[in-house]
Design a protein around this ligand. Sequence first.
Ligand SMILES: Nc1ncnc2c1ncn2[C@@H]1O[C@H](COP(=O)(O)OP(=O)(O)OP(=O)(O)O)[C@@H](O)[C@H]1O
Ligand SMILES: [Mg+2]
Length: 360
Amino acid sequence: MEGMLEDPVFRHREVLTPDYIPNYFPNRMNQIKTISQLVYEFLQGNATHIFIHGPPGTGKTASVKFIFKNLREEALACYVNCFNKNTRMAVLHSMFLDFFKQKRPTHMMPSRRGIAYDELLGSFCEELRKAKTKIVVCLDEVDHFEENDLIYDLIRAGSDGVHVQIISISNDPLVFKNLDPRVKSSLFPIEEMAFNPYTKKEMAEIIRERVDAAFREDVVTKDAVDYLAEFTAEHKGDVRIARETLLRAGNLARKSGEKVEFHHIKEILEKTQYSSSVVVLSKLSEKERFILKLIPDQGINFPQLYDFYQTTNGHLGDRMFRNYVEKFARLKLINMERKGNGGAYFITLNTPKEVLFEMR
Ligand SMILES: Nc1ncnc2c1ncn2[C@@H]1O[C@H](COP(=O)(O)OP(=O)(O)OP(=O)(O)O)[C@@H](O)[C@H]1O
Ligand SMILES: [Mg+2]
């Protein structure tokens, strides 16, 4: 009878789901410690703001959420993803909701209908003062935040006894470059932290940890883990891909009754890479695909790409062209890396060229 009713593959399948926050982050504990320390100092009265940047899947969001889990007793912890909430009203409203959830669970949040921004901000600050609570705000994907004068307004309220610490997150290390100087200086002092892509060794440690928690013993072979670590490390060190691949592999193993072996992982990786870019690419216009195809395999600097585009009789101005390129980066079709200190970007294609050229 032993094990009959138990899942033969997973011990804790939820460990591989997107919202799961582990209790231990291999190779990120130093960063988590630094951030926690700065939050602690803020609670003691010393506010340093924080800016975290790095490529997709390097643990930026997860690290902050992990810290926030334990913060709720001591402060108001507001996590806002500016990709969905990109106006100051939306962000402010989301923080207000968090306030009621965390500090006034038995009260109803007043409706924001017909309330102007200044009024909402005023009553939010009023509530914070009354509750004598400090507030730590995480603005994730902050590059999508259109009306970031809210940052300035919140920090300025500091002179009225409102204490705010801002943690911003972005893929783009230069996101604050074009920020209104007023907003920029309000964010001073700011601690900048780079979350670099994981190396193969680091990735293997992270995967091992998840495999041990999620799967039963010996279900995933060592070769499978090694291959997954190698592949994901070579593809920008994105843990998200590793996690999703493990979940699919486990589901497959449940159906087939086999172990998770090297060739299962390989097949899944090949398929996902292909299909995920097909979906995104199919939504692009012809003009957009044309621009993408101009990017050579070895990568190219932004100004050169624009020059090259112009030689093809492209009519877009520099600004518009840049908007397209930034959109590709947002869709993760390309990677933009800062090169040197002139603010130049180095662009590499993140999607298989075959797929791009196969599409009409
Ligand atoms: N060091 C780590 N240890 C364990 N899990 C990790 C680690 N780094 C990332 N992860 C996991 O990888 C997944 C992606 O991480 P996260 O969402 O934090 O990425 P991100 O850096 O915010 O990426 P993006 O820029 O695309 O938003 C999450 O499931 C997270 O738990
Ligand atoms: Mg994130």
